[in-house]
Design a binder for this molecule. Structure first.
Ligand SMILES: Cc1ncc(COP(=O)(O)O)c(C=O)c1O
Length: 400
């Protein structure tokens, strides 16, 4: 790394922070007074802690002593931690989080193994997934010690990886075995398994050519929060939907999805519904959407510009049972207008997180009679039954 001496004048920390001290900066243990930033040879900002002998020797080994002589009396209040101190901080910080979810086990191809210690559930900062969003992910629900639709989700996962040009670190069978083993090690019987494929760690460049090897990560999340079947409200998203090339793959680039969810919450709604570039109904930020018409037809938007939802596709199969019983006249997947959707008798969100959730209001429009619809309830029951006692094609037993 180039020495700061040969580089332009340091960019003062004050140019990054507000010049007038705010209440926050005065009260917090702000470090701005003690920091300077230098551009290193690769254009990265190197953070230099002034005044501390220990930090100076660690962070700016190559700098000239004269450069810092005038500031040498300043004392840094940013501690430099050993690996075990940093891990301990991770542990204690995690313990202070309030969450209904617990992380029971993590697999990392970097470790080449599984850990059940939440403080060790970390991934490298230089992983291309972290700093460039070059990663894909998927989920499978864990129900009563079985993985629900693991193979369907795994197929989509591998499809996403191919679209993101991520070379697989293992073959499909090995990855499947690792995922099942991770759930087994977690002892979790109800929750979810989430997994990622990333271009891997290597450097901070844009090109993944410096990434050593694609990495696989998986985590088992226990979720004991009770399920909620109450009808919810949705709005139309003002955040743009991802273009089809990116909407059909489950990459880690969920910023539009997160902003869309935030917009919904800001409007006392559960989700914001995307329309596609032609104005047809698309999907929610992490779920698909479906309708039941007055003529008792189940309608779903086409899957070619949105994520091909495993749960929605399973609902279409299970809905055939309702057609046989005469509760539905048929099912149709196609282009749906907002007008068609808003005048439907029933509307629902479908996904591995929400399962099947009734929607009773979309923007200002009350859906149907404003109550949870009977077909939606029947479809939820069918999915729950399928999760608990469906065929082997959708239920993979976990050997604990
Ligand atoms: C954008 C998006 N659409 C739809 C879904 C529903 O897919 P699935 O039923 O496979 O969970 C998800 C959830 O993964 C999603 O993120």
């Amino acid at each position: 790394m180039a020495s700061p001496r040969a580089l332009p004048t340091p960019i003062s920390a004050t140019s990054f922070f507000q010049s007038k001290p705010t209440a926050h900066s005065l009260n917090s243990s702000s470090v701005s007074k003690n920091l300077s930033f230098w551009r290193n040879g690769s254009g990265l900002l190197q953070l230099i802690t002034l005044g501390s002998t220990r930090s100076r020797s660690n962070a700016v080994e190559n700098s000239s002593p004269t450069q810092f002589s005038s500031e040498s009396s300043q004392i840094s209040d940013v501690p430099i931690l050993s690996c075990s101190e940093a891990t301990e901080k991770l542990r204690t910080t995690r313990e202070t989080y309030e969450s209904k979810q617990q992380y029971l086990a993590m697999y990392s191809s970097i470790f080449g193994g599984i850990t059940t210690d939440p403080a060790a559930m970390v991934i490298p900062m230089d992983d291309h997934m972290v700093h460039r969003g070059h990663g894909v992910f998927d989920t499978a629900a864990i129900m009563d010690g079985y993985l629900y639709e693991l193979d369907q989700h795994l197929d989509r996962f591998l499809g996403s990886a191919a679209m993101a040009k991520i070379k697989l670190p293992f073959d499909r069978e090995t990855m499947r075995r690792i995922l099942i083993q991770t759930v087994s090690a977690s002892k979790c019987r109800k929750g979810s398994l989430r997994y990622w494929l990333s271009a891997g760690p290597g450097d901070f460049q844009l090109s993944p050519s410096g990434c050593h090897k694609a990495s696989l990560y998986a985590i088992v999340i226990q979720d004991l929060s009770p399920s909620d079947n109450k009808g919810i409200k949705v709005i139309t998203s003002s955040v743009q939907i991802k273009p089809p090339q990116f909407a059909v793959m489950k990459s880690v680039n969920y910023l539009p999805n997160a902003l869309s969810k935030m917009e919904a919450e800001e409007n006392d709604s559960y989700a914001a519904i995307w329309l596609d570039e032609d104005g047809y109904i698309a999907e929610g930020p992490n779920m698909n959407v479906a309708f039941v018409t007055k003529e008792k037809e189940l309608l779903m938007p086409r899957f070619d510009k949105i994520l091909s939802g495993c749960t929605a596709k399973r609902v279409l199969v299970l809905a055939e049972g309702l057609v046989k019983e005469g509760k539905l006249r048929g099912t149709r997947v196609g282009d749906l207008t907002v007008e068609e959707g808003k005048k439907a008798d029933e509307m629902m969100l479908i996904g591995s997180g929400v399962l099947v959730r009734p929607v009773v209001q979309w923007d200002d429009q009350i859906i149907g009679d404003g109550k949870e619809g009977p077909v939606t309830q029947s479809l939820l029951n069918l999915i729950l039954e399928d999760m608990k006692s469906g065929p082997a094609t959708v239920r993979v037993p976990v050997p604990y």
